[in-house]
Design a protein around this ligand. Sequence first.
Ligand code: C2E
Ligand code: CA
Ligand code: CA
Length: 516
Amino acid sequence: MSADNKDPRLAVLVDSIVRLSRGELSSRIEPSSARDEVDAVITGVNLLAEELEQVYDQFERRVESRTAMLRQAHLDLMKMAMSDALTGLANRVALMDGIETALAGAQAGALPPALILLDLDSFKTVNDRFGHDAGDRVLQEVAARLNGVVRESDMVARLGGDEFAILLPEVTMDVAMQVARRALQVLGEQIQLDHLYIHSRASIGVRLGDPGQNADALLLDADTAMYAAKREGRSIIKVFEPLMLYTRQLRSQMATELRGAITSNELVLHYQPVVELATNRVLGVEVLVRWQHPVRGLIPPDTFIPLAEEIGAIHDLDRWVMLTSLRQLAEWRRTLPLDDDFQLRVNLSAVELKQLDLVDHVRSLLRDLGVPAQCLVIEITETAIVTRGEVEMYSLLSLQKLGVGIEIDDFGTGYSSISYLRELPVSMVKVDRSLLVDLDHRPGQLEFVAAILQLIRAAGLEAVFEGIETKEQADQLRELGCASGQGYYFSRPLPAPAATELLTASKFLKVTVDAP
Ligand code: C2E
Ligand code: CA
Ligand code: CA
């Protein structure tokens, strides 16, 4: 075949191969009727194209499915990064994201979002008493209940620990309050875990967002409101007010100062006599700490002890009080003719009972200062012991074995029943001063106090009454057969020099004037 009359099928073939190589895999060549060698090549090329097209299709499908898998994995990861593993709720990251979106919506003219923060009131007790497993189940139940009070478009989140949040994207204050009240209500209902019934109430803070606000500021405000709810008595709802922020800043400043106060000797101790009601003999003194603030003056302990507990400074504070007051007692024992049964009564915070080295610390202090263990009484509020953790019980039992007296303070304000007290390593009960208020004039109050006294005695314990302010109260208690007490009627708490003077003067208190 000459070059001039070239087979036209060859040009078609070349063209087709070029197209195939460009990726046009669907191109095919029509075979001729000649059925010769060229047709054989055409068929071969068509088969190759077919094969290529199939391989390519398969490849595309595989890429598609892998891409879909990747996309799913990414979604799963996002979900994991945005949710809380224990409860399945949104986590902090997701919440902040949601708040930002909602605030942006408000900027653009939508209703503002509301943020409701909830903190369980006694979750730590649940963990301590029933274990972390029970704690986890309580958190899951709380999550389910909160999910039950919101709509699909709202977000329930867990911020960690026992802190939850509800974000309502576009609402009025009225609606936010309705949701908060419903949350308070459902959390107020007891939670059943197997045979246990647990109460898990919450303190709630509510903040309606300002359109110009950022997410962090909104969270801080809601948190501040929740914090105020906690401080004001728990299990209540507080709506954010700017003043709360100021109070909180003040507290945080005070916290810093308090830490410094313990190390720089700004704390001072006052001593209040405890007397034998029949004779006015001074049986001992209760140690009461105060803070001599360089600017604010003398601050009472009710103001800073809860703060010290909150910021973890109570440990250092209590140990300082113990050391300083035992030193004072050792000095009095050396320089004054004190009775052998004279007792120093030191208040101890609940956290201190959790310290494994507390007993060793007390033992070595007593030994170093040469003070017999019987001269020390530790006062602990009944709410502190009611959880009855293992370490707490170990501390109490070991202290008792050492010979140190243990007294339940503020009796009558908390949970304890007498039968319960009997099971504790306790030798004395200090009846709260609120029981003496109105003793003189409220009908039935005297009988009530008499009954309490009977119960304490029946449990084999000794009762001490605090807050005795008038002669009448002292007389009435004496008539009831109460052995000892303390209060402004006998003496106010005194700074060390005045206490030394009082103890030097006589073993018997001279009571001359009634306190106002
Ligand atoms: P508390 O242990 O119940 O102490 C008795 C409180 O009643 C003292 O208040 C005392 O000054 C006051 N008081 C005494 N007699 C009378 C009275 O006749 N009438 C009235 N109305 N009050 C009277 P204070 O000193 O302000 O202490 C308050 C609380 O602070 C104490 O209550 C105790 O729980 C705590 N606290 C004091 N010192 C310490 C300490 O060193 N460590 C710890 N952890 N807590 C302490
Ligand atoms: Ca006390
Ligand atoms: Ca008390």
